[in-house]
Design a protein around this ligand. Structure first.
Ligand code: PLP
Length: 413
């Protein structure tokens, strides 16, 4: 272990799918002096970040900001709109969907966990962890719930443990087709500001997100984007809530303040991140991640290894899961790559532990940081004796060279 202040040379390659590498511009913004959170300058900052977040969530409605990790915003979403013993319909897409379901149980809710059964013949991995949300199954289940006992449908948009981005508009259509009044709660903690996301157009009632993934910030703040229907439901929901309660936050946010001390320096960072994202334009931001993802997948395909996501229609633009051959411990491989090349890759979580690793392509990246990450992985394969079909590095170099970014990095002289 190298102490952080004694790093020998070069830089660490943080290629995990969150926390993502933070741009220097954001780190500098966060180093400004902390100000009075009840003072006049603060209101300007507060109003600015909320207005910017509304653009990123693509909503006209309130967005609550919590000084908490994404897990806190998960809890906030559930406790504001539900009551003890309420049934909620959740969908197993991977580790994060599973953790949200466990939280619902702990809170005294009755989660029903829809899942595609079985294991994949070629990899031995759970089928459910290789695909997205099946909106058809949700529609079927809601149609069977004639008494409307299900109060909410909860799904993960970008499942960070597998690299699958589910179709949220299709889930909304399924709920509407079943003429069911359930609320739609979506976790896009790792999808926001990397993958297309439309809170209002997709009819989402509560969107949960966090700072340390696509927003390119350090961990520490998280969000609930609300709908009028969710705000209405919060008036009659009875799960205990105090710190997470929307009413006081939404009311005070109107003037740019919070009922408690907000995370001032992370809000400086958020303000800078929003400037960067909105200056570039969301379509360009999404295209950039799609392009990186395709370059990385080109490498994985050349190695001859399975991509964790088995359905190309829902490949994640945020990260790519790489399944290691049977008998190769993915965590041992990751450790070797970390120790030899100062490169961090995401570990396999839950039901796929040891069977796969994850390459993050989000945050402060470019073609060359991704090429460096792919080189580290390929050298790791060689050092560990993992057989690969061909050079993913060569294939990705060719792919990136042949597919220039739509938006040039610098205007031509
Ligand atoms: C990171 C992540 C979480 C957990 O967020 P924390 O900030 O670690 O609490 C939940 N869901 C998804 C999809 C994530 O990517």
């Amino acid at each position: 272990m190298i102490p952080l202040d004694q790093h020998p040379s070069g830089r660490h390659f943080l290629q995990i799918p969150g926390p993502s590498p933070v741009p220097d511009r954001i780190l500098r913004a966060m180093s400004l002096p902390t100000i009075d959170h009840r003072g006049p300058e603060f209101a300007h900052l507060g109003k600015k970040v909320i207005a910017g977040l509304q653009q990123v969530f693509q909503t006209r409605h309130p967005v609550a900001i919590y000084p908490a990790s994404g897990t806190g915003a998960w809890e906030a979403a559930l406790v504001n709109v539900l009551s003890a013993g309420d049934s909620v319909l959740m969908f197993e897409t991977g580790h994060f969907a599973t953790l949200w379901q466990k939280m619902a149980l702990r809170l005294g809710l009755k989660p029903e966990f829809l899942s595609v059964p079985g294991t994949c013949a070629s990899t031995g991995l759970p089928l459910a962890w290789r695909r997205g949300v099946d909106a058809g199954l949700i529609e079927q289940r809601l149609r069977a719930d004639a008494g409307h006992s299900i109060k909410a449908v909860c799904v993960v948009h970008n499942e960070t443990s597998t690299g699958v981005t589910s179709d949220i508009a299709a889930v909304r259509r399924a709920i509407d087709a079943a003429r069911h009044p359930a609320l739609l709660l979506v976790d896009t903690i790792s999808g926001l500001a990397s993958a297309e996301y439309r809170h209002d157009d997709w009819g989402v009632d509560v969107t949960v997100s966090g700072s340390q993934k696509g927003l390119m910030l350090p961990p520490g703040i998280s969000f609930n984007a609300l709908s009028p229907k969710a705000l209405e439901a919060s008036k009659t929901a009875t799960l205990p809530r105090a710190f997470w309660a929307w009413d006081e936050i939404v009311e005070m946010n109107k003037t740019g303040y919070w009922p408690y001390t907000p995370n001032t320096n992370l809000l400086y960072g958020l303000s800078e991140a929003l400037d960067m994202l909105l200056e570039q334009g969301l379509p360009a931001v999404f295209a950039r991640h799609q392009r990186w993802a395709e370059g990385v997948r080109t490498a994985v395909k050349s190695w001859g290894l399975p991509i964790q996501c088995a359905d190309p229609a829902v490949y994640s633009p945020v990260l790519t899961g790489v399944v290691t051959p049977v008998g190769v411990d993915a965590d041992q491989l990751r450790r070797l790559i970390h120790d030899r090349f100062d490169l961090s890759l995401g570990t396999g979580l839950g039901r796929v532990k040891g069977r796969m690793f994850r390459i993050g392509h989000l945050g402060d990246c470019n073609d060359l940081t991704l090429m460096a990450a792919l080189s580290g992985v390929e050298m790791g394969f060689k050092l560990s004796g993992v057989p690969i079909a061909g050079s993913g590095v060569m294939a990705a170099m060719d792919w990136f060279a042949a597919h220039p970014a739509q938006q040039p990095l610098q205007a031509a002289a």
